[in-house]
Design a protein around this ligand. Structure first.
Ligand code: LLP
Length: 432
């Protein structure tokens, strides 16, 4: 079955098409494995988030979480679409600045920012530093003092909300390396921040409860918790926060049967919770910041692979090996992610049975899909895995010294390489 997402369809030749481009031609032209991103869908998702937020809430900003997929071309699109950008490392910051992304729309995150990274962020003039610990707060105060700067910050707190998602991508719960615990630790951080008004401008709070979440209620609960905390801060310190960043986390469809809330339903529900809680606490509406990553770029990407060796283990399974694997998509091995695929050259043929899609890495756990229902698979077929636009290229490695794939953006029948394929020379480039 062909996943319904963006411009993906089957063309008259029975080939999978995306962005008006025949995937067989893309594979022929650019090689495999290949990341292909539907630029139209990327832009549409940015606009849906912005429009929904504008429709349901008086003032807000949508900030893309760069960790999901950040390359120069992506940063430029985000800039054009008017989004902010969350960066979590010197490398992401560098990428954003190199793409001439406006620094004032950058949010600098991370639970262990080095003094070097903080210095880079302050020199660049990032819009906000999202402070994650007391130690970091002290580092920022010292840097601001040395450089005679005033730094605008949000404090990241753990709202104690457990979202139903894989344990590795839960972040809002009590036992987490991220943020300040509510309420005592967070209150101490507020007091510390407010004590140096010449160096710090505290504008509000951030939380992020996890990722690939399908339920709305944990977000609403986190929103109520945050507003309640903001009211408590006002009561205890007199500080009235003017920004609330609710993080990312909206899930996407990895399989046709997945049914995450739409972007609009998600925003409508979350904003309702914020509006209600603010009313109950008699708290002035803060600017609302949303930080989606996966929900913007996940379904926009597919990965094309060439089928190689096929091995049948009678009564057990049929392994179909492809020319990529855990080095370009670690998510199955790491989180037990469940993807859907088609044979791009046989996209309108009926499935005949389940096969296991394996990568080419020297590791038994290098499986992309445990059960993929496909037509008769032959060596040389082109396999397309859907919904690989988030956290695949971003988490890619050179395991087994495999060069990383290229990334191609497609739109209106045209493809453009936005990241070149690595060569063997790239792989060994830094070796001495
Ligand atoms: N904001 C913050 C502070 C975050 O930590 C994250 C994700 C996001 C926003 C964006 O979350 P999203 O909307 O994409 O769910 N590698 C994992 C996902 C890790 C997410 C980490 N933080 C995966 O492949 O599923």
């Amino acid at each position: 079955m062909v996943m319904q997402a963006g411009t993906i369809q089957v063309n008259t030749k029975g080939h999978l098409e995306i962005g008006g481009c025949d995937t067989l031609e893309l594979a022929g032209q650019y090689g495999t494995p290949l990341f292909v991103m539907d630029e139209e869908l990327l832009r549409k998702n940015c606009r849906r988030f912005r429009n929904a937020l504008r429709q349901y809430y008086p003032h807000g900003q949508v900030i893309f979480a760069g960790k999901a997929f950040l390359v120069l071309a992506m940063a430029r699109i985000l800039g054009e679409e008017g989004l902010g950008l969350d960066v979590v490392s010197g490398g992401e910051l560098y990428t954003a600045l190199k793409a001439e992304f406006p620094a004032e729309r950058l949010f600098f995150h991370g639970n262990n920012k080095s003094v070097v990274e903080l210095t880079e962020a302050l020199d660049a003039g990032v819009g906000r530093v999202v402070v994650d610990s007391i130690m970091e707060l002290d580092d920022i105060i010292a840097l601001a003092r040395e450089n005679g700067k005033k730094v605008a910050v949000l404090l990241r707190v753990r709202p104690g909300v457990e979202a139903h998602t894989h344990e590795y991508i839960q972040t809002g719960q009590e036992d987490s390396k991220f943020g300040f615990a509510l309420e005592k630790e967070a209150m101490e951080a507020v007091q510390r921040a407010l004590s140096v008004p010449q160096h710090l401008q505290l504008t509000g709070f951030h939380c992020h409860i996890g990722s690939q979440i399908f339920q709305i209620e944990p977000f609403a609960l986190a929103a109520r918790t945050m507003i309640h905390f903001m009211a408590l801060v006002r009561q205890q310190t007199g500080f009235v926060a003017s920004q609330l960043n609710m993080g990312g986390g909206l899930g996407i469809r990895y399989r046709s049967s997945d049914a995450p809330p739409t972007i609009e339903a998600f925003v409508a529900n979350l904003t309702t919770a914020v509006l209600q809680a603010a009313k109950e606490e008699d708290f002035p509406l803060p600017e609302l910041l949303l930080e989606p990553g996966r929900a913007i770029c996940g379904e926009a990407g597919i990965t094309l692979y060439r089928v190689g060796v096929i091995k049948n283990i009678p009564g057990i399974r049929r392994y179909v090996s492809v020319d990529g694997g855990m080095m370009d998509n670690i998510r199955t091995a790491l989180y037990g992610a469940d993807y859907e695929a088609v044979l791009a050259n046989k996209a309108n043929r009926e499935g005949v049975g389940n096969v296991t899609i394996a990568g080419k890495a020297c590791e038994s756990g290098d499986i992309l899909i445990y059960e993929s229902f496909l037509p008769q698979v032959e060596k040389g077929d082109l396999l397309a895995i859907f919904s690989t636009g988030a956290y695949c290229y971003a988490m890619a490695s050179n395991y087994n010294r495999n060069p990383r794939p290229a990334v191609v953006f497609v739109r209106n029948g045209k493809g453009r390489v936005v990241v070149r394929r690595e060569s063997y020379e790239h792989v060994a480039a830094l070796d001495l």
